[in-house]
Design a protein around this ligand. Sequence first.
Ligand SMILES: Cc1cc2nc3c(=O)[nH]c(=O)nc-3n(C[C@H](O)[C@H](O)[C@H](O)COP(=O)(O)OP(=O)(O)OC[C@H]3O[C@@H](n4cnc5c(N)ncnc54)[C@H](O)[C@@H]3O)c2cc1C
Length: 80
Amino acid sequence: MGFHYNCDILIVGSGPAGISTWLHLNKNSPELAGDTILIEKAVLPRHKLCAGGVGAWSADVLNRLEIDILHSTFKCNTRL
Ligand SMILES: Cc1cc2nc3c(=O)[nH]c(=O)nc-3n(C[C@H](O)[C@H](O)[C@H](O)COP(=O)(O)OP(=O)(O)OC[C@H]3O[C@@H](n4cnc5c(N)ncnc54)[C@H](O)[C@@H]3O)c2cc1C
């Protein structure tokens, strides 16, 4: 059985690539973000292995998205 999605943009996967794509859309083209569907095959929250490192490039991207990683409730090695 197939699915039909009625949207302009379909993002597959809610990992860092997928969610940052939506966050960038929401920041830069909110009209498109409102017509975007993000699908995820895993049941969330899910366990995700993570070393907890945020590199300079990633920190810069999060900063431009106005996401405060120092004061976020994000926790590694837990169910994200
Ligand atoms: C052990 C370990 C430790 C790590 N530690 C760090 C770290 O400390 N710092 C760091 O920056 N990076 C770390 N990484 C790397 C980081 O996890 C990856 O770079 C990052 O997750 C890649 O993001 P992504 O969105 O491309 O892919 P993913 O995180 O893999 O996300 C892809 C998503 O798409 C979903 N998906 C796949 N196929 C489908 C489908 N057909 N339909 C719907 N959904 C689908 C998956 O379920 C998944 O949620 C680590 C990786 C590992 C393995």
